[in-house]
Every structure is written in C-alpha cells, then in structure tokens.
Design a protein around this ligand. Sequence first.
Ligand SMILES: [Zn+2]
Ligand SMILES: [Zn+2]
Length: 445
Amino acid sequence: MQLIIHRGTYQIGGSCVEVQTADTRILLDFGMPLYDSTGSDFNERNIEGKSVEKLIKENVLFDIKGLYRNSTPSIDAVLISHSHKDHYGFLPYINPKIPIYLSKGAYELVNALNVFLPESKRTNINNPIFLRHNRLLKIGGFQIKPYLVDHSGFDAMGFLITEVPTGKTILYTGDFRAGGWTKKRFDDFIKNPPKSVDCLLMEGTMLAREGGKYPGETAVVQGVVAVIKESANAVIPVYCSGQNIDRIVSLYKAALKTKSILVVDPYTAYMLKVAGKISKHIPQIEWDNIRVFLANYGKGDIYINKISKTKDNQMMISLGRKKIKAFDFANLKQKVLLLMRNTMIPVVENIPQIQGSTIIYSQWEGYIKKDTVDAKKFWSFVKRNKLKVEHIHTSGHATLDKLKEFASKVNARQIVPIHTEYPERFKDHFGPNVVRYKDGQSFEV
Ligand SMILES: [Zn+2]
Ligand SMILES: [Zn+2]
C-alpha cells in the first residue's frame, strides 16, 4: 500500500495521513494545524472565507483528489482518531458524501462543541459511522481494527490497518498516553500487541516537552487534594478545559476526598452530560458534591441559553436545581473547586472569596508562557486578585519511557515519526527501524 503523510512528520497538530491501495483511498485524521508556515500560532481568522484552491496554494490544505466539496468524491473514508481539533478541524472542507468514521464519544463531543459555536465555525458530521473497540470493519481493500487508547481526548482511538490481499499492516497510534484513568487500555494493548506490523506511525509529542512533576491523573488528584487542604480560602479556582473529561474526573475525585464541592459552568456540565452517554463513570451535575455556576454575562448566562435549544434541554431542570450564583459562595460550608476558563474571568471576579486564593492551572503550561492575548488575560487576572498559581497537570501524551515500551512491544519493521517536533531524535530512542519522510512524500509499505 501507498502512504502519504500530508502533515505531521515534523510538527504537532494538523495530522493527516492518506493510505491507498489498488482500489481504495482513506484518510487518517484531517486536523487543523497549531502553527502556520511562519511558526506563529495558527489563526483561524486567516482562513475564513477562503476557497479550497486558495488554501491549497497557501499550503494550508493539501491537493487531495476527490476529497473536497467542489469535487466528485473519490476518497472512500475519513477516519478520525479523536475530538481534538488538531485531528478533525478541517472536516468542514470535505465533500459531505464521504463517510466519516469515529468513536461515538468523539462524535458526541464534536457535536457538543457545535452547540456553543456560531454556524460558520461548526463541524457538522452528517454521515458518521461509529467505530467500536476492537470491532473489525472493511473499507474497500482495507481491514480496519480500531481500538480505544488512553488520551486526554475523550473516547480516543488508534487504528490497525491491513491491506487485504497482501496482509501488509500499518498501526496509526493517534494521540495516546499511559497515565490517564483509562491507562488499562495501554496496558492491555502492549500485553497483547498486534502480531506483525510493517509500519508504525507513532506520535512523539513528549520528545519536545518535559514530563513534569505529575506522572499521571492519580498524582494530579493528590496535588489538588494538597492545595485544597492547605488553602485558607474557601474558593479555589481551577483552569481546566471543559472537554478534558479525564481531568474533570480527577478534580471530582479530589473534591470527594476533601469533602469539597466541584463547581462547573453550564458549558462543562453539558460536556459531562454527553460524555456520560458513553461512560457511566463520568461525573454528572445530578451527583452529590457537584454544583453549577450560573452567571450573568450581560444578557444572562450565555451557555444556558444555548443548552435550552438542544435536544438535551431536559437537563435545564438539573441545572436549575444545582445552580449556584456568585453571592451564594459566601454561604457554603465546604471548600470549593471552581472550574474556569479565560472567558469566565469577569463573572468569577464577582465572587469576593477568590481574592488572595491559590489558583490551580491544570493545562499545558505552554499556553500561559506565550506572549498571547489569552496569556496576558490570565496573568492580569492573577495579578488583580492577588492569586497564587499552582501548576498541577499531567500530559495527554505518552512519556518517552512509555513510547519506548510501546515501540518495543509492537516491534514494527518500520517506525515513522508523526505528531512530533523532534523527529530526528526518534532513531536515538527507538532504534534503527526509524524511517523519516517529508510531508507530502509518497512511500510504499
Ligand atoms: Zn494531537
Ligand atoms: Zn489529542
């Protein structure tokens, strides 16, 4: 079979791999890059309204025959590994007749995000085909075995792809780790790795980043518990993505261990609700020790208005029952972990109890180290309210040790770096089977 890595051989984000056999062509992921050609953060505004042709000329999109809206479809399928934008963000450009294969959880999260976006920014997946863990399926000349992986993206998958007549096999890892609440997926996989892999396309995000103080989600729970115990203030803000379900589970566990309350906003409550359709272990606002912060953003709570228009609007009853407003925090007897993001700064500042508190930053530190508008907003919020920042986070990606363990167990004939900023280090870490290709270069497996 023939492979082309359209993007990903030397960068994190914007992954896209084309796999082709005699009569079948599929794509693995179609992500939006994190950086543009100058190395600056990729700005979605720069591509708004531009045609596919123009974006191909600007090297944002790739010249892939039969993929885009304006052409007769000849791509048989697009497989999406998970619901992070750097893996699915360019789907709106593809011909809607092309089937999209992904996990139910990934589909639910993409749709849930749509609820809070203007029409022009949504990713509508009209004809999804749901992938199930270890359930084989055939797409033309390929047999595909999707499998669930441990990652910060909910219900994320990797793909084992076999060309039917030849038996040639590739393994595309997508993004994965071994320190999350579903780390058993990693352990199970390497206990029983696929027999014969010709080409392993393995992510290497952590080759460029420090592992950090917290090896996994269990350590994150311990870190948060320590902050809650030591805090003199009752309200402890936590910066965390509303889509990082594993992390919210960790925060909930920390709240339970300290008999505190986890307060989420309606946006996060909605993400938990849709993830709860896939797994019974996801905290729901109906559960004890969880409340929902309703705030007035000028015209009431912007998130509530949007949820009330969805088919999940029966959750409005629970939202009403569990609501807490800025002035209610003073009456609470327990300590509070208050989940927040930059957009919530003005409403969080209406809670007097945050003054002088410790704030837990539970995301990749790179976001606040950059010289960006968002980073500046964060730091001025910290300064204004005399907050003390504690960085408690573990990566969504496998550490070097775990990558080594994975690569040695899979024992592929060829290891190809993807989703990494340091492909040149692969050989030192993973041995002589490493082969590097350039973005857009076609190679045979
Ligand atoms: Zn990624
Ligand atoms: Zn990811």
